[in-house]
Design a protein. Structure first.
Length: 399
C-alpha cells in the first residue's frame, strides 16, 4: 500500500474510532495503519490512548518498540525490546518477534557479529520440524549475506529447504545470496518463487534483474529495478543493478550516477566499484577509474580482477613497471584474470589506446561473466566502445 492509500485507510479507521474509542481491535488496527503511513504523532496518540486504557500491556509495549523502530530510534527501541525479552512468560510468537527485531537493529547498525550470535542458536537446526519463524529467517540470511558468509548461508539454506519451502521474503534474500555465490540456477529458482508473492522482496527483484542482464534482457532488468527502487530508494544493490543496466545500454552518464549512488549506500561491494571503474574508463576518465579500482582493492586484496583493473589503469597512465607488478599479482591469484590480459595487450602495443583496448572484447572476454555476475563483460565493452568511437584516444595522464 502506497503512502496516499495508507493515509486514506488511517483516516477511515480514525473515523470509526471516534464512534468506538475503547474498541481494542479497532485501536490496534488504527495504530498499525498510522505506522504504515509513517504518521508518527498520530501513531503516538493512539499508543498513549491504549496505554491509558490499560489494554494488553505486552502487546502495546511491542507496538511502542515498533513505533520507535519506524523512526530509526535504535537505542530506545533496543531498550524497549530488551525489557520485553526479560519477561518470563513472553509467549513464543512474541518472543520470536522480539528476537527478530533486536537482530534487525543489529543489522541496521552494522553490528553483524552481534546479530548473528543473537540468532544462531535459534536457527541452528534448520532442518527440524520447528523451522525458524518467517520473521527471523530473512534477517538471519541478511546478516550472513552482509557479513560475506555466503558459504555458510548456502549450506544453511540447503538444510532449511528439507523442512519445507522458504517464505517469499526469505526466498528473495536467498536469491541474492545465491547470485553472489555464483549459483545462478538456485538464484533463479528462489527469485522466481519470491516474485510470485503479491508483495515480493527487493532482493528478489534485484537478483532476477541481474540474471536478466546476463540474458541481455535490459527491458526486464530495468522494469524490475525500477519497481525495487520504488520500494526502497536507499537500496545499494538496486542502484548498482541500474548502473549495469544503463552501462549495457551505453547510457554512460546515467550509469555512472547510479554507481556513484550505489557505493555511497554499500561501499563494501567490490562488484559495484568495478562497475564504476569500467564506466569511468569508457568515458575516458582514467583518474576516476583508478580511484574506483583502488577502492575495490582496499576492500578485497585477494580479488584478481581488482589487481588486473589497476594494471589497465597504470598501463594507460604510462606506468609500465607498476602495471607489470599488478599483472604479476593478478595472474598469481587467477591465471585466467581477464583484466590482466587487457593490461598485457596495452603494454605489448596490441592495444595502443582505450578505444583499441575495448575492441579486444570479442577476442578476450567473449562469454565471460562480469564482476557482478550480471552479463558478458566482453559484450559490455563492445557496446561502450561505440560510445567512444568518435572521441580522441585516451592519452596517459597523471593525477
Amino acid at each position: 500500500m502506497d503512502g496516499p492509500e495508507a493515509m486514506k485507510r488511517l483516516e477511515r479507521l480514525e473515523g470509526y474510532l471516534l464512534q468506538d474509542p475503547a474498541n481494542p481491535r479497532l485501536l490496534a488496527d488504527t495504530f498499525d495503519a498510522a505506522l504504515q503511513a509513517a504518521a508518527w504523532p498520530r501513531a503516538e496518540f493512539h499508543l498513549r490512548h491504549a496505554q491509558a486504557l490499560g489494554l494488553d500491556r505486552t502487546a502495546w509495549s511491542l507496538r511502542e518498540a515498533h513505533w520507535l523502530l519506524g523512526q530509526h530510534r535504535w537505542d530506545e527501541a533496543r531498550a524497549a525490546l530488551e525489557a520485553l525479552q526479560a519477561q518470563a512468560q513472553l509467549e513464543p510468537e512474541r518472543a520470536a518477534t522480539v528476537l527478530a527485531d533486536l537482530a534487525y537493529i543489529d543489522l541496521r547498525l552494522g553490528e553483524l557479529a552481534a546479530g548473528i550470535a543473537r540468532l544462531e542458536a535459534h536457527v541452528d537446526d534448520a532442518s527440524t520440524a520447528t523451522v525458524p519463524e518467517a520473521r527471523v529467517e530473512p534477517i538471519w540470511l541478511r546478516l550472513l549475506h552482509r557479513d560475506g558468509q555466503l558459504e555458510r548461508a548456502m549450506a544453511w539454506l540447503k538444510r532449511r529447504e528439507t523442512g519445507g519451502p522458504l517464505d517469499p521474503t526469505a526466498a528473495g534474500v536467498a536469491s541474492l545470496i545465491a547470485l553472489d555465490h555464483g549459483d545462478y540456477a538456485a538464484s533463479l529458482r528462489w527469485a522466481s518463487a519470491a516474485l510470485q508473492d503479491a508483495d515480493p522482496p527487493v532482493e528478489a527483484m534485484v537478483a532476477r534483474a541481474s540474471l536478466a542482464l546476463s540474458e541481455q534482457d535490459a527491458g526486464l532488468a530495468r522494469g524490475l529495478l525500477q519497481s525495487a527502487l520504488n520500494r526502497n530508494a536507499e537500496d545499494g544493490r538496486t542502484w548498482s543493478g541500474i548502473g549495469f543496466t544503463e552501462l549495457l545500454a551505453q547510457n554512460l552518464p546515467t550509469a555512472r550516477s547510479a554507481f556513484e549512488r550505489a557505493v555511497t549506500l554499500m561501499d563494501r561491494h567490490v562488484g559495484t566499484w568495478h562497475g564504476l571503474g569500467w564506466t569511468a574508463l569508457a568515458q575516458g576518465d582514467v583518474p576516476a577509474a583508478r580511484r574506483a579500482f583502488d577502492a575495490a582493492l582496499e576492500r578485497d586484496r585477494n580479488f584478481a580482477e581488482s589487481h588486473g583493473a589497476n594494471a589497465v589503469v597504470r598501463a594507460l597512465e604510462g606506468d609500465t613497471a607498476g602495471a607489470r607488478r599488478d599483472i604479476e599479482v593478478a595472474v598469481r591469484l587467477d591465471r585466467h584474470c581477464l583484466s590482466a590480459r587487457y593490461a598485457e595487450a596495452l603494454l605489448s602495443g596490441e592495444a595502443r589506446d582505450l578505444d583499441a583496448l575495448l575492441r579486444l572484447g570479442d577476442r578476450l572476454l567473449g562469454g565471460t561473466q562480469g564482476p557482478l555476475g550480471s552479463g558478458d563483460l566482453g559484450e559490455l565493452l563492445r557496446r561502450v566502445q561505440r560510445e567512444r568511437a568518435a572521441k580522441p584516444p585516451v592519452r596517459p595522464s597523471s593525477d
